[in-house]
Design a protein around this ligand. Structure first.
Ligand SMILES: CC(=O)N[C@H]1[C@@H](OP(=O)(O)O)O[C@H](CO)[C@@H](O)[C@@H]1O
Ligand SMILES: [Mg+2]
Length: 556
């Protein structure tokens, strides 16, 4: 390592005094103007990680669903998965080192992680459409270059596309071609193959309205839609030509406000969906004939996919294990439906896709979705080989068809991470094959009314949790208070946890009616405010439930 060169270059990306940041649930996120040094240093770290794993490492510049003025960065590990937890710690140390300590911290990480510095390094970089992203990705490149790493800058990509590129490059192209064209072709071929049957049976062409959150999803979907246009016609809204990124639109807005985005024309019973700002989440919704809004969220996506997969799995007669992974935010009705009606085992992990992804890897087929629409389905290598073999060998027509169908499903899902475009195509294929309308899909089960709130406290780390974040162990008395409040309502459940991406505590409550879910959420917020050091205004009862969401400024 040429540490003099690092020191010199680093001075051009100097760290603001006193700024400390944490590698959180989804990497570093804050106001874009504070990220120059973080980007440079993540370029350095990506080189070390690449040398250590002897693999290509990805760096994605994005702040997903957060406001346009924010930005962020995360590293992608060799098989397209999130950075290993021990390296998250290195990332935090490196990002927070004062200028004069940087060389020492760098050497330290190299030693602790036993990095062979003579090894070559290769880093791939992608960025979203934020105005700050281009300059910030140049800072990453400066960091990679000063440590002698090679790189390929893909420029504008969705987050899942960058994960895909990393996965392809580290499996010598076996997963697919590491180009944008390769991504489009792999997914659309699988989609067209999968839906051939449905469209032969005269269902005709289907249309879907897509709110692209004024983000990267719009650019990429516009390029891609020609590849699958015989099977599905997508109409793009909030395509970034006018509106601001994630402002009053996108998957996060729709899910948390439980209302449609601005900028989309919805006719009754039309199927619509929203991506988030970096196109790794998707949420569906529609207006019924009475003009009532219905949200079809990540839990319902998991239910649709699991019920679809069960059939061909039974047909091929091989006992491949299927499991569904959720978080505590999953609607209670969805868990009940999956366990009691679908008879599939359901597991709950901590919030954050890396936890769900990890758990889903334990099954032959692991379905995981956060309620907010981030998820995918993972097929173990063994399951994939088995299915491919059966698709080739089986004589009996029905069985072979089922295996072929599963083969295409494997190709259509992004095996590296949740992907709005890939999930959209899977969902559209399932609806077409099953002849289901969005209303019929929505009717699989009825969501329990629920409410999510945010509470500001002086230090959110005073709350610690256990049991996949469903129980608070600290501060003393908080869990007891929640238990008492929950007892007052029917079909009720509530929990609190410090957010990993915002400087707030999140409160979740569900109950038999919206009114009760709102009051329970309010009462629990008050308990948090009182017992966990609330600051600012005390939580108010929900005159307009949205006031809670709108009043609190995002920290990220
Ligand atoms: C309740 C909720 O939606 N939490 C989100 C949010 O995490 P928090 O730790 O809750 O801030 O951002 C994460 C990253 O995008 C996402 O994985 C997660 O689901
Ligand atoms: Mg996202």
């Amino acid at each position: 390592m040429d540490l003099d060169a690092v020191t010199k270059q680093s001075a051009l990306h100097a760290k603001p005094d006193g700024l400390t940041l944490q590698y959180g649930t989804a990497g570093f996120r804050t106001k874009a103007e504070h990220l120059d040094h973080v980007m440079f240093r993540m370029g350095l770290l990506a080189v070390l990680r690449s040398k250590q794993t002897k693999s290509t490492i990805g760096v994605m510049v994005t702040a997903s669903h957060n406001p346009e003025e924010d930005n962020g960065v995360k590293l992608v590990d060799p098989l397209g998965e999130m950075l290993a937890p021990s390296w998250e710690e290195h990332a935090t140390c490196l990002a927070n080192a004062e200028e004069q300590d940087l060389p020492r911290v760098l050497v330290d990480i190299g030693e602790k992680a036993a990095v062979n510095l003579h090894q070559d390094a290769f880093v791939v970089i992608g960025r979203d459409t934020r105005p700050s992203s281009e300059k910030l990705s140049q800072c990453v490149i400066d960091g990679v270059t000063v440590l002698g790493g090679q790189f390929h800058d893909y420029g504008l990509l969705t987050t899942p596309q960058l994960h895909y590129m990393v996965y392809c490059r580290n499996t010598s192209g076996q997963y697919g071609k590491a180009t944008i064209e390769g991504y489009y072709q792999k997914l659309s071929t699988a989609f067209v193959e999968l839906t051939k049957q449905a469209f032969c049976s005269g269902d005709g062409q289907r249309t879907l309205k897509v709110d692209c959150a004024n983000g990267i999803g719009a650019l990429k979907l516009r390029e891609m839609k020609h590849y699958f246009s015989q099977g599905l016609s997508v109409q793009l809204f909030n395509d970034g030509t006018k509106g601001k990124l994630n402002h009053l639109c996108g998957a996060d807005f729709v899910k948390s406000h439980q209302k449609p985005p601005q900028g989309i024309e919805m006719k009754s019973n039309e199927r619509c969906c929203s991506f988030d700002g970096d196109a790794d989440r998707i949420i569906y919704y529609y207006h019924d004939a009475d003009g009532q809004f219905h949200l079809v969220d990540g839990d319902k996506i998991a239910a649709l996919i699991s019920s679809f997969l069960k059939e061909p799995l039974l047909e091929i007669g091989d006992s491949l294990s299927l499991g569904v992974v959720q978080t505590a935010y999953a609607n209670g009705s969805s868990t009940r439906y999956l366990e009691e009606v679908m008879k599939v085992p359901v597991y709950c992990t901590k919030t954050g896709v890396k936890h769900l992804h990890h758990k889903a890897q334990e099954f032959d087929i692991g379905v995981y979705f956060e309620a907010n629409g981030h998820g995918t389905v993972l097929f173990s290598k063994a399951a994939e080989m088995k299915i491919k073999q059966l698709a080739k060998e089986l004589e009996e027509d029905k069985k072979r068809k089922a295996a072929k169908m599963l083969e295409n499903v494997i190709d259509l899902f992004n095996q590296a991470t949740g992907d709005a475009i890939s999930d959209m195509l899977v969902i559209e294929a399932i609806l077409a094959l099953k002849g289901l309308t969005v209303q019929q899909w929505d009717a699989l089960y009825t969501d329990l009314p629920n409410r999510q709130l945010k509470v500001k406290v002086a230090d959110r780390q005073v709350i610690s949790t256990t049991d996949a974040e469903r129980q608070a162990v600290k501060p003393p008395g908080l869990q007891e208070a929640i238990n008492e409040l929950v007892k007052k309502y029917r079909l009720s459940r509530a929990f609190v946890r410090p957010s990993g991406t915002e400087d707030i505590v999140r409160v979740y409550a569900e109950a038999d009616s919206q009114e009760n879910a709102d009051s329970l959420a309010y009462e629990v917020s008050l308990a948090v405010f009182q017992l966990a050091g609330g600051i600012g205004e005390r939580p108010q009862p929900a005159e307009s439930p949205e006031q809670f969401l709108d009043d609190l400024p995002l920290f990220t």
